[in-house]
Design a protein around this ligand. Sequence first.
Ligand code: ZN
Length: 367
Amino acid sequence: MAPAIVFIDEIDAIGRTRDSRFGGNDEREQTLNQLLAELDGFDSSKGVVILAATNRPEILDKALLRPGRFDRRITVDRPNLAGRYQTLRVHTKNIKLAEDVDLNKIAQATAGAVGADLANLVNEAALRAVRMGRKAVNQEDLLISFEVVIAGTEKKGTVLTDMEKRMVSYHEVGHALIAALQKHTQPVSKITIVPHTSGALGYTLQMPEEEKFLSSKEELITELETLLGGRAAEQVVFGSMTTGAANDIERATELARRMITQYGMSERFGLMALSTVSNPYLDGSTMMNCADVTAAQADEEIKELLAKCYDKACQVLRENRGLLDEIALFLLQKETITGDELMAYVNADKQQLPAGEEEATPEEPEA
Ligand code: ZN
C-alpha cells in the first residue's frame, strides 16, 4: 500500500513495558514482540510512516522507542490562543453562526481548555440556540455554554433556606472580594448563587486577561487566599463553618502542596524536589519522593502556609466588612452579578476613603 501512514491509537494498550514488577501479561507481551519484529521489517525507502498516540509515554516499553522504531516524539499540549481559535473554527464549520460571533473572544475566554472541551462547548451552544428557537448560534450561546461545560447547568429544583442562601452569598462574595482587593489576581467575571448541576451551590468565575504560562509565588499566594476567602467569609460573618468549602479546601491544599514539594517555594526545604510527577499527560498526579520524616515535615509546612493565607483572607474581609455586607446583600437580591457590578462597588468604596490610607482605615463593622 506504500506510500502510506499507519496510525495506532492508544499504543500503551499493547506497548506497555515488559517489566515484571508491574505484573506481566503474556498475551500483550506476545503482541508487543510481534509489533517490534514487524517494525524492524519496514524498508526505510518505501515511504511508510508509522504513527502512534498515547497519554502515557512514560510506561511504554523502551524497545519500542529505539531508533528505527518510534523514535520521534510530538507532544500535543493544551492549545494556546491561536490553537484554540483554529480549533473553534474547525468545530463551528458546520454550524450556522450569527453575525455577532467573535471566535477570537471565545478563544481568549477559554484559556486552559483542550480540543474536546471546545468541541463540547460548540455542541452545547448549538443545543442552546435550538432550545431558544433560533436559527443560528450567537456569541451569548457560546459564552454561556462555556460555563455549562465547567459548572453544569442551572438546577431549578433546588430550594435553599434563606439562611443557606445568605451563607452561600457571603461565601461567594468572600472569594470575589479577596480577588478584587488584592494585587496579582485574575479579574472576577461573574458571581452566582444559583445552584448548578455540578453540585455547586454557587460559584465565582475568574477570567484571565491574557494567557499565562508562568505564575509567581505572589500570584500563587493570592490564589490560595482567594480560594480560602469563601470559608473566611463564613467565619468572619457567621462565626461558623459549612460543608460548602470542601472543594475550595481540596484545591487550596493541592496548590499549597505543589508549591512546597515541586516548585521549591518553601524556606524550610528550599530547592529540594520532594515529589515527582508520575504521569504528566493525564492528571499530572504526583508521588512523594522523600523520607517519611520529610513528608511529615512537608505536611506541616503546607498546613502553616494554608493557615497564613487563611488568616490574611480573614483580615482583608474584616477590614472591608462594610463592603462585604453591601455586595453580599446585592448578590442575594440579584442571584447573579457580573465582575463589572462587583468592581463598581469596590471602586466606589475606594473613593470614599482618603487616598493612600486604604489599608490603614478599617471600615466600621455593621451589625
Ligand atoms: Zn467556595
